[in-house]
Design a protein around this ligand. Structure first.
Ligand code: ZN
Length: 238
C-alpha cells in the first residue's frame, strides 16, 4: 500500500516537474527569440525605426539633426566611439533633441574576427566615453558591417545589449542621387521595419533623402519611433 502511494506521488511529481519545465522552456524560448539578432519587429502597426550608423560627423550629422528637428522625428544613432570622441558636442545635441544613442563599437572593426578580450575592449572604451558625455547607457548594439557570430551576440547580451541589424538598407553610403535613396527605402518598407542610413562621411544624400522619406511614409500613416519604443510593438508570432 505504502509503496503504491509512493509510486503515485512519484508520478504526480514527474508530471508537475514536466509541466513546469515545458512552461519554463516556452518562456525562455520566447525571450531568446526576442533577444536574438533583431532585423525587424513583427507587428501589424505602421511603426518603423530610423537608425543611423557610423557618426557623428561634423557636417553630415548636424544636417540630419536639423531635418529631424524640423520634422519632429526621433531616430536611433548607432555611433562609433572614435567619432563620438572627436565630436562630443554632437552627441550632447542629439541626446538633447531626444534621439537615442546606441552602440556601433569603438573603431569599426569586424568584431567577429577579434578575440573576446579585444571585443570587450571595444565595448569598454565605447561605454566609458559615453559615460563621460553623460549619455544614457545604450541598450542596442549594431556590429560594424553587420558582421557577427553567436559568441559576439552572446557577449553583447551579457553586457546588456540587444543586437540590432536592419530590414531596409537605404544604400546612402554609396553616395547615390537622393531619389535612389528614397526609392530604396519606399520599395522595402513595411510595418516594423528597421531602416538603415548613415552619417559617417561627407557629402551624403542622407539628410535630403530622410526629409522626403519622412514626408512620404507619414502620409501613408507610418510613425517613426526610436528603437526602445519600437520594441514595445513586438508581437509574439503564432
Ligand atoms: Zn558602420
Amino acid at each position: 500500500m505504502q509503496s503504491r502511494l509512493r509510486r503515485n506521488l512519484f508520478s504526480i511529481a514527474v508530471l508537475v516537474i514536466g509541466a513546469a519545465c515545458s512552461l519554463l522552456y516556452e518562456v525562455t524560448a520566447g525571450l531568446e527569440d526576442k533577444n536574438q539578432v533583431i532585423k525587424s519587429i513583427p507587428t501589424a502597426h505602421k511603426v518603423v525605426a530610423l537608425t543611423i550608423d557610423d557618426g557623428p560627423h561634423n557636417k553630415t550629422t548636424p544636417e540630419l539633426l536639423a531635418v529631424l528637428k524640423a520634422k519632429q522625428v526621433k531616430a536611433t544613432f548607432f555611433v562609433l566611439g572614435i567619432n563620438a570622441e572627436a565630436h562630443p558636442e554632437i552627441i550632447v545635441q542629439a541626446v538633447g533633441d531626444g534621439h537615442e544613442i546606441a552602440c556601433h563599437a569603438f573603431s569599426h572593426q569586424r568584431l567577429n574576427r577579434l578575440t573576446q578580450a579585444e571585443v570587450n575592449g571595444e565595448f569598454d572604451r565605447f561605454e566609458s566615453l559615453l559615460q563621460k558625455l553623460a549619455a544614457p547607457s545604450p541598450g542596442f548594439f549594431r556590429p560594424p558591417d553587420g558582421a557577427y557570430n553567436d559568441a559576439l551576440v552572446a557577449l553583447a547580451r551579457q553586457r546588456g545589449y540587444i543586437t540590432v541589424l536592419w530590414s531596409v538598407d537605404a544604400g546612402d553610403w554609396r553616395q547615390p542621387p537622393v531619389d535612389t535613396v528614397v526609392q530604396n527605402v519606399l520599395k522595402q518598407v513595411k510595418p516594423g521595419a528597421i531602416i538603415l542610413m548613415h552619417d559617417g562621411q561627407y557629402p551624403l544624400p542622407t539628410a535630403q533623402a530622410a526629409a522626403i522619406i519622412i514626408d512620404k511614409l507619414q502620409s501613408q500613416g507610418y510613425q517613426f519611433l526610436i528603437m526602445s519604443d519600437l520594441m514595445r510593438y513586438y508581437e509574439e508570432r503564432e
